[in-house]
Design a protein around this ligand. Structure first.
Ligand SMILES: Cc1cc2nc3c(=O)[nH]c(=O)nc-3n(C[C@H](O)[C@H](O)[C@H](O)COP(=O)(O)O)c2cc1C
Length: 213
């Protein structure tokens, strides 16, 4: 398969338009692209530069279907227990929440259709937050690189409720945590800006509570 021509957007455009893209086409993604986004992931910082990450790339249709079944079961249970109800949120956040829930439900029902699922795994399963959190800058690097190439991704964690089953399915040792499950594929929709609060609303200067316009 010939590789699509990609005109990479500028750095800040990539950051400003990287968001959860959960509606993905089934079209295959060239392996070179997967390797490129994994290269970006592995350029990230990590505590003590330990680089205790492992990336498990899953493309097998039967494995993807099994994972989607577990994911969907957990997502449905979360919804049934009231997760994401969004009651009491200010209007703008309520609308954003509604969109997230709709698209997250779509992903739960269609995850196996994504051509690639990547598990971001961490070798440091000792519960230490510094060591454990080293995976997330790498995950963000991966998602930004994917965006630069025109690929959609979403950081998901719901699968963790079936982590033992996933370990068995994919031969992951018990000591390894699957910190995130990232579907990767060509997006059905367009990249756009997500709802984010303005910097001045979430930043204090010199003293807690002191804002600047
Ligand atoms: C730690 C973390 C866990 C997340 N877990 C899930 C998840 O399990 N399923 C899902 O669909 N999205 C998950 N997300 C994605 C968020 O819902 C998404 O980043 C947020 O709603 C912003 O969406 P936007 O980038 O499209 O604006 C997670 C994000 C983070 C940072």
């Amino acid at each position: 398969m010939s590789e699509p021509t990609v005109i990479e957007p500028g750095f800040f455009e990539v950051i400003g338009t990287q968001r959860a893209m959960r509606r993905l086409k089934t079209d295959p993604v060239p392996e070179s692209y997967i390797k490129k986004i994994l290269w970006a992931a592995t350029r990230a910082p990590s505590g003590g530069n330990r680089q205790g990450w492992r990336w498990l790339v899953v493309t097998d249709p039967a494995a993807k279907k099994q994972i989607q079944g577990w994911y969907n079961e957990l997502w449905s249970k979360a919804i049934a227990s009231g997760y994401g109800a969004g009651a009491g949120l200010p209007e703008e956040e309520r609308l954003s929440n509604e969109r997230v829930m709709k698209s997250a439900t779509y992903l739960a029902e269609h995850m196996h259709e994504a051509p690639v699922l990547i598990f971001a795994c961490t070798l440091t399963g000792n519960g230490d937050i510094t060591a454990g959190s080293s995976i997330y800058p790498a995950v963000q690097n991966l998602m930004l690189a994917a965006r630069a190439l025109g690929l959609g991704t979403a950081l998901t964690t719901v699968h963790r409720g079936h982590q033992d089953d996933i370990r068995k399915l994919l031969g992951i040792p018990e000591s390894v945590e699957t910190a995130a499950l990232i579907p990767v594929g060509w997006p059905k929709g367009k990249f756009g800006t997500g709802f984010r609060k303005p910097v001045q609303d979430v930043t204090y200067w010199e003293h807690w509570g002191e804002k600047r316009p």
